[in-house]
Write a protein that binds this ligand. Structure first.
Ligand SMILES: *Cc1c(COP(=O)(O)O)cnc(C)c1O
Length: 423
């Protein structure tokens, strides 16, 4: 980031003005990139816009959350028990339930004190990066990745170093590259599993390799598991915390994706670290300090979360998985028929797939952003340009949509490619 000394006293009428640091960080945001594409949609057409960019399927009727979750909110409101401020780390009853929820998949038990509630997984990212942002620190980030990490590192002056996910190897991490990138100022490596944007799910053995590499390099693992349990291929979901005795892990999560309620803003940071290294090194203290100077998720949702987590029935989760599996299958098969894009790896988790744009088959498209803008303008279909995720000339397609919308959206994508294709 550009460093500026204090500005000279302003000769202008008003002394305040544009904060360049905010603009630079904001320019890395996913919302900004997708909004630019959306502005290209022609208002005149009678055709409905098909949103295949944002990871928010709550707009589609088949992705409505469970009535149990809705009831839990109503009851929390009616009880008049949750009109107060909550403690900065979150209500004990809510932290206890999140600790139990995460412990089910771990070989050890988390205590409520290992859990910190946040306003969605986005604030978990914000707080984690802020807590680690000491001068000269650097963090290793995946490419492609989730741009909130880049935005937060930029704003906090934390250097970021990107390692690649390898498409031909099911989007596994290039661990040789990781070893080359790390130095004595590298504090953490970020992984996301099930993966946004690639739709991949790590195998146990690969996760063990990640943990051992991080241990060798002296880094903690920041494991973004906001898509926990949203898997529908052959690899089951395994939390990184399973390797907590090899390397300390901060697990980030939320109810946003699995319960399809991203607007409810309830997430968490969990220290999945049975050896207590994050306590000894005072990382946990730093997290608590940052929590003390930020706002909490609304107490109402904290009050409702025990019921939401404990009472949701498997039927609801199974149904969502079923829809996602069908959607991923449909999307993968339709993409095979479209010459200008290639999918290197069938999605098996999350809600996304990465496809490579074959520019050599297209006549008047200059890059991924141009492709997405023209697709929005001509076909009212919104997909995310890969350059927003550090992958120029790739696209991210979100397939968690109503089946009819998905079919129409991919059909229009195909027509668009044919229209702009070389004969
Ligand atoms: C959606 C998402 C988040 C943010 O989650 P919220 O709970 O909506 O704030 C974080 N990480 C990844 C990888 C995501 O896809």
């Amino acid at each position: 980031m550009e460093k500026e000394n204090c500005a000279k006293p302003s000769p202008e009428r008003w002394h305040f003005g544009h904060n360049k640091a905010a603009a630079v960080a904001g320019s890395r945001s996913l919302r900004g990139a997708i909004n630019k594409v959306i502005t290209c949609v022609e208002e005149t057409g009678p055709r409905p816009v098909i949103p295949l960019a944002n990871g928010d399927p709550s707009v589609f009727p088949s992705f409505r959350t469970t009535p149990i979750a809705e009831e839990a909110i109503v009851e929390a409101v009616r009880s008049a028990q949750y009109n107060n401020y909550a403690p900065t780390n979150g209500l004990l009853s809510a932290r206890r339930v999140v600790a139990e929820y995460l412990s089910k998949d771990l070989p050890y038990k988390l205590s409520p004190d290992d859990v910190f509630l946040t306003a969605g997984c986005s604030q978990a990212i914000d707080i984690t990066v802020s807590a680690l942002a000491r001068p000269c620190a650097n963090i290793l980030l995946p490419r492609p990745g989730f741009p909130m990490y880049e935005a937060r590192c930029t704003y906090n002056n934390v250097e970021m170093r990107h390692f690649d996910l390898i498409p031909e190897q099911g989007w596994e991490l290039d661990l040789e590259q990781v070893e080359k990138l790390a130095d004595e100022n590298t504090v953490a490596i970020v992984v996301c599993n099930p993966n946004n944007p690639c739709g991949s799910v790590f195998k146990y053995q690969h996760m063990e390799e990640i943990a051992k590499t991080a241990r060798k390099l002296g880094l903690m693992v920041i494991s973004d598991e906001v898509y926990d349990h949203l898997t529908f291929g052959s690899n089951p979901f395994i939390p990184m915390g399973v390797f907590g005795d090899v390397v300390p892990v901060l697990t980030l999560g939320a109810i946003s994706k699995r319960w399809v309620v991203p607007g409810w803003r309830l997430g968490w940071i969990a220290a999945t670290d049975p050896k207590g290294i994050l306590i000894k090194t005072k990382v946990v203290d730093s997290i608590i300090s940052i929590l003390d100077i930020t706002t909490d998720p609304a107490t109402i949702i904290q009050g409702a979360v025990p019921q939401i987590i404990e009472k949701t029935e498997d039927d609801f989760f199974n149904n969502i998985i079923h829809i996602l599996r069908d959607a991923a299958e449909l999307c993968y098969n339709k993409i095979k028929d479209i010459k200008c894009i290639t999918c290197p790896h069938k999605p098996e988790g999350s809600m996304f797939v990465m496809v490579k744009l074959n520019l050599q088959y297209l006549v008047d498209i200059s890059d991924d952003v141009d492709f997405c803008s023209k697709l929005a303008k001509e076909e009212s279909v919104i997909v995310c340009p890969g350059s927003a995720l550090e992958m120029k000339n790739w696209l991210r397609i979100m397939f968690a949509a109503e089946q009819t919308s998905l079919i129409v959206g991919l059909e229009r994508l195909k027509l668009f490619c044919e229209r702009h294709g070389k004969n």
